[in-house]
Design a protein around this ligand. Structure first.
Ligand code: ASP
Length: 410
């Protein structure tokens, strides 16, 4: 009997959680556990490296081909507007949810910042003011494409490929050979993704084993209330809000979409990286959810760097949590600042593990909270990152379905 890849991935995830908990129980000093963790490191990194290997050519070709295939001008316009509209709407709702739950439950009230004094020394928080962030973000958008490709700078590649795609559309038939070359390049990359996915069950098993075996459970306990509130809100967004948007706008069954999307969701959970998951997300959207390559190829790579519902939600909750710890009451105007800076921070965060932690500094500073407080959250970040990355990727796939619906000629 052949087990489908989806089931293998699911099985890998379950075994990974099981082994991780077992290893954590036995302790990292045990010889067998040490060797097991070493092996998990090798396999997990191999899987992520392979995904990253195809990521850059895949993003480049998929955006250029995606945009170039949106031939009619009006369709291009509609795809743009609905993509950006959806990103802003879904992230806005996510941040609102974070603010509401944090105001309701007040996580961190009663805990003292001194409790975490030790943690504060471990990290020298990088100063990142709002103005620096905006300047850096704009500066990073347009980069020599060869440098961007060589450095794996996803956002800059997205921008260059967008412009190239538009130039191909405007140039029309004259550039059909280049378009064909890009199209074939894209097909080749997707073929390679198919091979890499055979390793996914093992990669996911290894990554989850290592994650759970090395998680510091003590810190998790003292921050339990915050973890509960954030996870509850992230899961509510992923399982209620996003499916609701999908149903209301695209009139599709969320259950079917979850079934088609699960390869990407599990990969996002295990890798904590929207970028590394991107090849899998694209494959799921096109092959299982039947999003047209011209739409998926545009919305998904852009979404992987710019549309991060889980990250936005997390950063807003974290800001209010730190305020509670520091005994600072944020008024409505300050919470509004948190609302806008979190959206920008999530848009600016690259799709890599713990990126949200780095841009959180800007959110904290925007309302005068101590930036060093990120150190308190660092020990639990890898765990929370799994869930927020999963919701980030879910948002991209649901976004591509909604955009497809809104851009349809009718
Ligand atoms: N790891 C997240 C992602 O790749 C970003 C973050 O929130 O840290 O989507």
């Amino acid at each position: 009997m052949r087990i489908s890849l989806n089931s293998q991935i699911f099985l890998g995830a379950l075994l990974g959680i099981g082994f991780g908990l077992l290893f954590a129980r036995l302790g990292q000093q045990t010889e067998g556990v040490r060797q097991g963790l070493y092996l998990c490191g090798l396999v997990g990194n191999l899987f992520i490296d392979l995904l990253k290997m195809v990521l850059i050519p895949l993003v480049f070709t998929s955006i250029a081909v995606g945009v170039a295939n949106l031939r009619q001008h009006s369709q291009l316009h509609r795809v743009w507007i609905s993509t950006l509209g959806f990103f802003v709407l879904s992230m806005g709702v996510a941040v609102l949810l974070a603010l509401l739950t944090a105001n309701w439950f007040h996580p961190g009230k009663g805990l003292s910042l001194d409790l975490f004094q030790g943690a504060n020394q471990d990290i020298a928080a990088k100063q990142m003011s709002f103005a620096d962030f905006i300047a850096g973000f704009l500066h990073g958008l347009f980069v020599n494409p060869f440098a961007a490709l060589a450095q794996g700078n996803v956002l800059a590649i997205v921008m260059f490929a967008l412009l190239l795609g538009i130039a191909i559309v405007i140039g029309g038939d004259r550039y059909r050979n280049i378009l064909q070359l890009l199209q074939e390049g894209l097909e080749l990359m997707l073929r390679m993704v198919g091979w890499i996915m055979r390793l996914a069950p093992f990669g996911i098993l290894a990554l989850l084993t290592r994650l759970l075996a090395t998680q510091d459970m003590g810190v998790l306990g003292s921050l339990a209330q915050f973890v509960f509130v954030v996870l509850g809100a992230i899961l509510f967004h992923g399982f209620v809000i996003l499916p609701l948007l999908l149903f209301l706008i695209a009139r599709m069954s969320p259950l079917k979409v979850f079934l088609g999307a699960r390869e990407a969701l599990v990969t996002a959970f295990a890798t904590s990286s929207s970028s590394a998951t991107l090849p899998v997300t694209l494959r799921c959207a096109e092959q299982h959810l039947h999003v047209k390559p011209s739409i998926a190829g545009f919305v998904i790579p852009l979404g992987a760097t710019a549309n991060m519902d889980g990250t936005a939600l997390y950063e807003a909750s974290a800001a209010l949590f730190v305020a509670n710890l520091a005994g600072i009451e944020l008024d409505l105007a300050q919470q509004l600042i948190v609302f806008f800076t979190t959206m920008l921070a999530a848009i600016g965060a690259p799709g890599i593990p713990s990126a949200g932690m780095v841009t959180l500094v800007m959110v904290l500073q925007s309302v005068g909270l101590p930036a060093e407080a990120v150190a308190i959250l660092l020990p639990i970040d890898r765990l929370l990152d799994t869930f927020r990355t999963m919701v980030n990727v879910e948002g991209d796939m649901i976004g591509s379905l909604i955009v497809q619906r809104l851009a349809k000629d009718n």
